[in-house]
Design a protein. Structure first.
Length: 735
């Protein structure tokens, strides 16, 4: 059969076209396979990178929040609170471990009750090689992301936190997505092959177009998924994913949407914790700075003033020590609510503009701040400050007990006291400390002199920490004399600071600083040891019947270590406990009576004599003395100084003496300076007297000289019944 040209041409054309289509189809499918594989790898890598970066951001937030909230308990070694903060962090999704370490890299807490890793080098617990270091303090291995952040106390780095976060959820999610994508690609490749075979002979051009469209149809949703994941990774949770399919790509799109929703919820929680106090739910320091910065900007635009109130609860530590930290937390929450109620809209102090609701913040501990916006006149600030003081004066019912705490408030204003956030915060803090120094439970406006005083105070604090090391502390002694027999009953010790630049600094100046900085513990221990050493020197000189007295600060009644210090000092100097007297302020005893009573009973049981110092300054009832192992009480100086100013003052001291005698307690009149005062305390039957009327405080060497003279003068007293003018003049001579 003859084949015509038309048919031959047709078949040749079809053959050539078929061959071309076959070659092109083969090449197309080859390139299609490579491109889809690269795209799937790119999508998976992009997704993994995005999720890892998001986890890193979350880890930074968690670690920085932990470093901030654990700073205070870390500094005071409050392991219980540190444990709670670590447990809260471990409860976060994906957190594998948390370590707290000091500046030497030694583990302080690992989140376990037993603190199994305590003292270990943190390097032993960190990720081991191979790992990548994404940035300072951040390491990543195949399965873990490790983030380290410093713990700061003020501007000082005191330690660090190390948080390990698992990458397994990301690895599993990425692996699942890769598996789905590869399954999709294989399925679509099979469909493509069949499409090419079926359409090669009939719809060659259409087959090529369809193949191209199919390829584009596969690539577009993958790119959309990658773009969406990138937007979510950057925090744009409102990004749209325009994929509505019923196949595997549709399932993948649904999974990504669910993941985005979950990340949005988690991110919101982390963001809230990063900018709010977990206890009171008030804004924290970070949020305060944002709110204050906005308030300053508004005040600048409107040419008005703004004010910052820095509030610190008075004697909050007493509540913690007495009722426990849980009660302290309850008090903080209730005070926060009262504080919020004190800032009312109708005061027209805070205008309702631009997120002006977050004006109350908790900085940490018992410190709060209030930002007052659009101030018209200073009286507005005074009104709010007084209302806050009144709110603090009302009793709180905590753990079934009525608790009263005051508040000290420092006030600074913009633009008078500063133009930036940090300056205003610093000045408000300075003003608050000035309010405390002037008696607490009051407010003070900042002025320039306060900054100078604060600077001097910081300098004095720094010098005080080194005073013992540089041998600047001195003990001076003043005898306590029996008013009837003229015998020296006790030799009272007083501490003086010989500052190299400022000269002699009185205890009224540096003792409060020592108590606030914690140096008082070291100082009191030095006093006890030095008193025992000097007393041993007197005994070696033959004055074996002499007793000496040392004073204890209130800080020693928070634990029981002072008993060990006293016993060790007595033992080291081979002294009997009966030769030592310990003075304790009335205010110190009443601040935590149950604990003070327990510790004083333990000390008295060892043989040490107990003297209530500065009695009357705390205005406490005498009946509490019946529950304490007290040998004598020393009437506060201010009563003795005023005793010759009228019958009323004399009557007060006489009542104290009579009531003390009814409790079989000896009474010491301290601060007797004149003959008239001496005659009055004799007339109301005080047992012992102390003051410059006899002699001023003296160093130990001068004390020995005084004791030698006093033996002769006591003989004269036994003969005449009083001191001669020459003797009184001699005893009043400065040592």
């Amino acid at each position: 059969m003859r084949i015509g040209m038309q048919s031959r041409y047709l078949w040749q054309t079809l053959g050539l076209v078929s061959l071309a289509i076959l070659i092109l189809s083969t090449m197309l499918m080859y390139h299609f396979g490579n491109s889809t594989e690269r795209i799937s790898e790119l999508g998976a890598q992009t997704l993994k990178t995005t999720l890892t970066e998001r986890l890193l951001e979350r880890g930074r937030s968690i670690s920085e929040n932990l470093a901030e909230t654990v700073a205070e308990p870390f500094v005071v070694l409050d392991m219980r609170t540190a444990y709670q903060r670590i447990q809260e962090t471990l409860a976060e999704s994906g957190v594998e471990y948390v370590y707290l370490h000091d500046v030497n890299g030694q583990v302080v807490h690992d989140g376990t009750h037993e603190i199994l890793n305590y003292g270990r080098d943190i390097a032993e617990l960190q990720i081991k090689k191979p790992y990548s270091e994404l940035e300072a303090g951040v390491r990543v291995s195949n399965s873990l992301l490790e983030i380290g952040r410093p713990i700061r106390s003020g501007n000082e780095v005191v330690g660090g936190v190390l948080v390990g976060m698992s990458l397994q959820p990301i690895i599993a999610e990425t692996s699942s997505i890769m598996t789905n994508m590869q399954s999709l690609i294989r399925a679509d490749q099979s469909r493509q092959y069949y499409g090419v075979i079926i359409t090669t002979g009939v719809l060659l051009l259409l087959a090529a177009i369809v193949a191209l469209l199919v390829a584009r149809g596969l690539v577009r949703p993958i790119r959309q998924l990658a773009t969406y994941a990138d937007q979510v990774g950057k925090g744009n949770y409102e990004a749209m994913l325009p994929i509505r399919r019923s196949d595997e790509l549709g399932d993948l799109a649904v999974s990504l949407r669910e993941m985005s929703n979950n990340l949005q919820v988690t991110s919101g929680e982390v963001h809230y914790l990063a900018y709010h106090d977990s206890l009171t739910r008030l804004p924290n320091r970070a949020q305060l700075k944002v709110a204050l910065k906005k308030a300053l900007a508004r005040a600048k635009r409107s040419e008005t003033s703004a004010a910052l109130l820095f509030i610190d609860l008075d004697d909050f530590k007493r509540v913690n020590d007495t009722l426990g930290h849980e009660a302290g937390d309850t008090l903080l929450k209730e005070f926060a609510m009262r504080l919020a109620e004190s800032i009312r809209i109708e005061d027209e102090v805070a205008a309702a503009v631009e997120e002006n609701a977050d004006v109350i913040a908790r900085l940490g501990g018992d410190e709060f701040t209030v930002v007052l916006d659009s101030i018209v006149k200073p009286a507005d600030v005074v009104t709010i400050a007084q209302r806050i003081l009144n709110a603090g004066k009302e009793p709180f019912i905590i753990a079934g007990q009525e608790v009263v705490v005051g508040a000290s408030i420092g006030i600074t204003t913009y633009p008078e006291d500063g133009n930036d956030v940090d300056t205003l915060l610093r000045n408000a803090d300075v003003a608050m400390y000035q309010a405390k120094a002037r008696g607490k439970n009051q407010f003070e406006f900042y002025n320039d002199s306060m900054h100078r005083m604060a600077t001097e105070r910081l300098s004095l604090e720094a010098d005080l920490r080194h005073a013992l090391h540089y041998d600047q502390m001195r003990l001076v002694y003043q005898p306590v004399i029996d008013i009837n027999t003229n015998e020296i009953v006790i030799i009272d010790s007083k501490v003086r600071w010989m500052h190299p630049a400022l000269g002699v600094i009185h205890p009224d100046v540096f003792i409060p600083l020592a108590e606030q900085t914690g140096f008082i513990v070291e100082l009191d221990e030095w006093v006890v040891k030095s008193v025992c050493s000097d007393l041993k020197l007197l005994h070696n000189r033959g004055y074996t019947n002499q007793k000496m007295a040392a004073k204890l600060s209130s800080v020693h009644f928070r634990d029981h270590s002072i008993g060990d210090v006293v016993n060790a000092a007595l033992e080291d100097n081979n002294l009997s406990a009966q030769s030592l007297c310990l003075k304790v302020d009335e205010k110190t005893i009443m601040r935590n009576f149950p604990r003070a009573s327990k510790i004083l009973n333990e000390l008295r049981a060892s043989g040490v004599n107990i003297v209530v110092d500065a009695f009357g300054s705390g205005h406490s009832p005498l009946n509490y003395l019946t529950k304490l192992p007290v040998d004598s009480l020393k009437i506060a100086n201010e009563y003795i100084r005023q005793i010759n100013q009228g019958e009323h003052e004399k009557a007060i001291v006489a009542i104290i003496v009579a009531m003390a005698h009814s409790l079989k307690l000896k009474v010491i009149a301290e601060g007797v300076e004149s003959q008239e005062q001496m005659e009055i305390v004799q007339s109301i039957a005080c047992d012992m007297v102390q003051g410059s009327y006899y002699t001023r405080p003296m160093l130990c060497d001068d004390l020995i000289t005084y004791l030698e003279k006093h033996i002769n003068e006591r003989n004269e007293f036994s003969q005449t019944g009083t001191f001669s003018a020459q003797t009184v003049a001699l005893l009043k001579t400065p040592s």
